[in-house]
Design a protein around this ligand. Sequence first.
Ligand SMILES: NC(=O)c1ccc[n+]([C@@H]2O[C@H](COP(=O)([O-])OP(=O)(O)OC[C@H]3O[C@@H](n4cnc5c(N)ncnc54)[C@H](O)[C@@H]3O)[C@@H](O)[C@H]2O)c1
Length: 370
Amino acid sequence: MESVGVGLIGTGYMGKCHALAWNCVNPVFGDCPQVKLVHLADITEAQARDKARELGFADSTADWRAVIENPQVDVVSVTTPNSFHPEMAIAALKAGKHVWCEKPMAPDIKDAERMRDAARGSGRVAILGYNYIQNPIIRHMGSLLDGGEIGEVFHIRLEMDEDFMADPDALFYWKSEASAGYGAIDDFAVHPLSLVHKLLGPVSSVMADMAMPYPDRPLADGGRRKVETYDIASALIRLENGASGTLCVSRTAWGRKGRVAIQIFGSRGSIIFDQERMNELRLYRNDGPSANQGFATILASPDHSPYERFLPAPGHGLGFNDMKTIECRQLLAAMQDENAHVIDFEEGLIIERTVHAMAQSYHARGWVDV
Ligand SMILES: NC(=O)c1ccc[n+]([C@@H]2O[C@H](COP(=O)([O-])OP(=O)(O)OC[C@H]3O[C@@H](n4cnc5c(N)ncnc54)[C@H](O)[C@@H]3O)[C@@H](O)[C@H]2O)c1
């Protein structure tokens, strides 16, 4: 594959992150097919045209199907709100394109299954935007676990918290509509679950609670609209490997700006990480004199590949968009039949089933197997 033609649907927050990744992947890695930014879509011609100019795409449209039907496009980034993912991803796969779709797969599990089936039958690569698994320090955490540094893992604690919906006067928008899904569990919980899935394996059962702190929110026209999603959730979880754990998520946690926290406790030590300090992990090992024991802080460095592709200097730090660039490189590897560290639609469906089991558990008020 000498070159790859890129299509982009949706140019909001994640659309820009995907566009930056497509722009950066070759300069950072230097070993990719030549990336051609071919065609992007948003909901109006004017917005699409402006964004194409800003983000470096050759052509723009207000009709997302034109992107999928463009013969110059090989791979499509789908960065629209959740409810659009099934229709767009399936159409792209049917048109013979590879797909990079933002998480979650779909608000309805049946649609997520249809996406998985479409990917299976297509012979194309279809991955999800689980960027946190790409952090080099998280990959290092995986090596430490695989190497038995903290012994057998018995217990994990997972959290994802932000405060962008903490203000009761924050305007109603698509994330408060039932068409977006359940709320914090499919918006947030899927991220820490993606980390656990890669680091320790699948979740086998859940018992969850969900909460709606604000029953309605203001509209831009001065009215109010009933909130249809749950901004808070807590769950007990069991992993297939037998470990127990907790998972707590909130979009209304004042002061938390980008917390994706994971604590893993083993028989000989523990490892902790928080995305708000994404260039470090803390490792505790039960060895040496107890008077000298304590958490060691390991800073991200060129020893944690592919950090060295961005920077030769340790401790200088990568950022959120760098995770997307690594994800993009992994997608290109998968498209070239190389080993790739990604969550594809097969593995993504396991994560979707976990959040749907959480919702089911909340309504049934008891444990549910995934
Ligand atoms: N991986 C992550 O860390 C992460 C972070 C934030 C959001 N997301 C996911 O990314 C997706 C998008 O979220 P966002 O925050 O970027 O939303 P956003 O509202 O900022 O952007 C969505 C864009 O899609 C466009 N759009 C809507 N309908 C369209 C259509 N029919 N055709 C073309 N364009 C259309 C909108 O105009 C907007 O530009 C969601 O699924 C969300 O869960 C992932």
